[in-house]
Design a binder for this molecule. Structure first.
Ligand code: NAD
Length: 253
């Protein structure tokens, strides 16, 4: 067996028939979107607003929308990077059956992975949703209203609070997405983590579950994670550069 972990990951992906890719915020830093925990990341700038606070405080709702509008300058221009493109290629090659993501930026879909192959555990920040009736709101429309009256947006239909379609701390994860992710984890032959600190649960329980059920577990992250000890392949490096090396092995005849 080759000892170089990049070669081993390339070989494992080439042989896989039902792999799962699991991505975190590190997947999108090379597209210009900061992660949470790296220096200069979002947590250096913002204290998180949890779900209970969003529900109970008009100022918290206004503040979370102000933050979202401030992120538009980054999110509106962000494009899928080489790592996203390689993941999309693996789906096309039928090596990867599903992409489970903690990201809320929709860049996997933008890179060409069909929406029904992407499981968004933490939702999407690319649109708003009424917490009462689940009606969809476009961010630009929400911003126009917010700029006009300064109040947090309410649903025209049911007067419910409109929030980005993301899962905040303290908010339940979408049941269907968690079920689909759980069944993908137990049935995959290879589970590859890309750019996640693996500290946010229950999402981080998925690689543990896949490993327990017999999958090969690979982790690519700039810094060590708590699950490195149980992984079969660990690469501490940049995702883009690492996947360029991995791609050469997958594409080789
Ligand atoms: P995290 O910030 O906790 O961890 C990201 C990890 O990626 C870090 O360990 C960091 O060292 C590593 N990393 C960053 N850039 C990298 C690169 N180019 N190559 C290799 N490794 C790199 O993020 P998380 O684990 O996803 O969990 C935090 C939550 O943040 C998630 O729930 C997610 O919803 C949310 N979030 C999403 C986005 C996004 O959608 N792009 C951005 C910020 C936060």
């Amino acid at each position: 067996m080759p000892s170089d972990p990049v070669t081993r990951l390339g070989k494992a992906l080439k042989e896989a028939t039902a792999a799962v890719i699991f991505t975190g915020a590190g997947m999108s830093t090379e597209s210009g979107i900061p992660d949470f925990r790296s220096p200069g990341g979002l947590w250096d700038r913002y204290r998180p607003i949890d779900f209970a606070e969003f529900l109970s405080s008009e100022e918290a709702r206004r503040e979370s929308w102000r933050r979202r509008f401030a992120m538009s300058s980054v999110l509106d221009v962000a494009r899928p990077n080489g790592g996203h493109a390689f993941v999309a290629e693996l789906v096309r090659r039928e090596r990867v059956k599903v992409v489970i993501t903690q990201n809320i930026d929709e860049l996997h879909q933008a890179s060409g992975v069909p929406s029904d192959r992407v499981i968004e555990l933490h939702g999407s920040t690319m649109y708003g949703k009424c917490l009462g009736c689940e009606r969809r709101f476009e961010i630009a429309d929400v911003k126009r209203r917010f700029d006009a009256n300064g109040a947090s947006p309410r649903c025209d239909g049911c007067n419910g609070f409109v929030k980005t379609a993301t899962i905040s701390f303290g908010q339940s994860l979408p049941v269907l997405a968690m079920e689909l992710a759980g069944s993908a984890a137990v049935s995959c032959d290879l589970f590859v983590v890309l750019g996640s600190s693996l500290v946010v649960y229950p999402a981080a329980s998925l690689p543990e579950l896949a490993k327990r059920r017999g999958a090969t577990l690979a982790i690519v992250n700039r810094e060590p994670t708590d699950l490195d000890g149980i992984a079969d392949i660990v690469i501490h490096g940049e995702i883009g550069k690492t996947l360029e090396g991995v791609a050469m092995h997958v594409r080789a005849n």
